[in-house]
Design a protein around this ligand. Structure first.
Ligand code: GNR
Ligand code: NI
Length: 171
């Protein structure tokens, strides 16, 4: 297992669309386990492959509360097949926009079709934080981050803060 570096805004890779995975094999499973370890180390509740520099349609997530057993989830080539009319607002964060948060409105529930860790097709109906998190991660696969929903002025402020933070950590 390995902890991979997480890229941050304004890295141009975060704006790119990720490509579907064509084979779920042991090599890919090793990479997904590295993603999961990177996410736990950060710590975060979700991670898209692009955040560790690979433009592949892969997400990992674990929403188990602190102190409880881990509950790792892997979503390969995920597609949203349905979203609810009802919306939800959640104060979102992103490992690629460290220490910054904003209220983002998204459909409260959705259905997601994906391949699992074994390459088997699945479809799930999700709500609550899981629905928010999956949609946040799916946005990464399209080159979108949560600050793209804010005004240009606010987005600029967030990017400037992240640049400063990253620079301070390098020193
Ligand atoms: O760790 C994370 N927390 C979070 C909180 C609210 C909504 C979405 C997220 S995902 C984020 C990790 C991340 O950046 N995933 O892309
Ligand atoms: Ni994110």
């Amino acid at each position: 297992m390995a902890i991979l570096p997480i890229i941050t805004v304004p890295d141009p890779l975060l704006k790119k669309k990720s490509k579907p995975v064509d084979k779920v094999d042991d090599k890919l499973r090793t990479f997904m386990d590295d993603m999961l370890e990177t996410m736990y180390d950060a710590p975060g509740i979700g991670l898209a492959a692009v955040q560790v520099g690979k433009l592949w349609r892969i997400l990992v997530m674990d929403l188990a509360p602190d102190g409880e057993d881990p509950d790792p989830k892997y979503y390969i080539n995920p597609e949203i097949t349905w979203t609810s009319e009802e919306m939800n607002i959640y104060n979102e964060g992103c490992l690629s926009i460290p220490e910054q948060y904003a209220d983002i409105e998204r459909p409260a529930e959705c259905k997601v079709k994906f391949l699992d860790y074994n390459g088997e097709e699945n479809e799930i109906h999700v709500e609550g934080l899981l629905a928010t998190c999956i949609q946040h991660e799916m946005d990464h696969l399209e080159g979108i981050v949560f600050i793209d929903y804010l005004s240009k002025i606010k987005r600029g402020i967030y990017v400037r803060k992240v640049k400063k933070l990253v620079k301070e950590k390098e020193e």
